[in-house]
Ligand binder design. Structure first.
Ligand SMILES: Nc1ccc(F)c(C(=O)c2c[nH]c3ncc(Cl)cc23)c1F
Ligand SMILES: [Fe+3]
Length: 291
């Protein structure tokens, strides 16, 4: 059996709160100048928003948005009438692909707190039909390797438990809560790039036992290692580990449009404005949900 090598941490970045959308506070992990595109990931936001704020009518093309609610509830509605609610622990894996226009807003006056990850799509998938995988909390796989270690398997596998989510761009995504002084390990496929984002508490990660605290991102060494060891340092430690197979294609991004060439971006903006090639119905559409 090949020897197991712990992944090390090569970079640590603290996110500062910033405003985005309509009055929404976000801690941006991936997607800032310090952490531009960790292929295949384009953005990770920890959002914290109260009505009437939110993310009103906006488009997406060329990638997937993964919305995982930690506290509170969101309502969402798209330009083809697909609508619903995302409550605590629920997951929406939306493959926007050729085009989605939607609204994402808090459902109540209470705080809506969660994560949104943007996963890039390879050129062969960028103009596919949009697709939703929507899992209520009860259908999100979970495993507790020992008391005081609770893992939600949002995508991929962890400690012998598999998510049911299909990932066009191979991705693993786990949400972990640990009591103080507990240990866990997460297998990371050797060719995956990845990172850890800490939501609350502190823990030591990797072969070099790198300490992370709330709103910190730790980038994994890409070159070697097939697992991440973790030791929690505080009670109520809460973090996510996200890793995926790099796509290794050019990235040209214009806000919510992510393609491979400037010409494809010009085409995306034109299609959105003209209502063509997947954006049929977009011109003049506005969401009916309000908060
Ligand atoms: N400025 C800008 C431009 C384009 C966008 F798509 C968005 C946007 O919708 C979001 C960006 N972070 C998010 N976190 C959570 C949720 Cl539910 C949505 C977003 C945005 F804010
Ligand atoms: Fe969106």
């Amino acid at each position: 059996m090949a020897s197991r090598i712990a992944r090390n941490i090569v970079k640590s970045v603290r996110s500062r709160a910033q405003m985005d959308g309509d009055g929404a506070k976000v801690y941006r992990s991936i997607g800032t100048a310090a952490l531009r595109n960790l292929d295949p990931f384009l953005m990770l936001d920890e959002f914290d928003v109260h009505a009437p704020g939110g993310f009103p009518d906006h488009p997406h093309r060329g990638f997937e948005t993964v919305t995982y609610m930690l506290e509170g509830e969101f309502l969402h509605e798209d330009f083809k009438g697909h609508k619903g609610r995302i409550g605590p622990g629920d997951l929406q894996w939306m493959s926007a692909a050729r085009g989605i226009v939607h609204t994402e807003i808090p459902a109540t006056k209470e705080r809506a707190h969660g994560l949104q990850l943007w996963v890039n799509l390879s050129s062969k998938d960028k103009l596919a039909e949009p697709n939703y995988q929507e899992l209520p909390k009860e259908q999100v796989a979970h495993v507790s390797p020992e008391p005081g270690v609770d893992i939600k398997v949002i995508a991929g596998s962890s400690n012998g438990t598999d998510s049911q989510v299909f990932t066009r761009t191979p991705t693993m995504f786990i949400d972990v809560k640990m009591k103080k002084g507990k240990h866990m390990e997460q297998a990371i496929p050797p060719n995956y790039a990845g990172f850890i984002y800490t939501i609350e508490g502190s823990a030591k990660f990797g072969g070099t036992e790198h300490l992370s605290e709330a709103h910190h991102t730790l980038v994994l060494d890409n070159n070697q290692g097939d697992f991440i060891p973790v030791e929690s340092v505080s009670d109520d430690t809460h973090f996510v580990i996200i890793a995926g197979q790099p796509i290794n294609e050019p990235i040209v991004q214009h806000g919510p449009f992510v393609m491979n060439t400037q010409q494809e971006i010009i085409q995306a903006v034109s299609d959105y404005q003209q209502g063509r090639n997947g954006f049929e119905g977009a011109p003049g559409w506005s969401s009916s949900i309000q908060n």
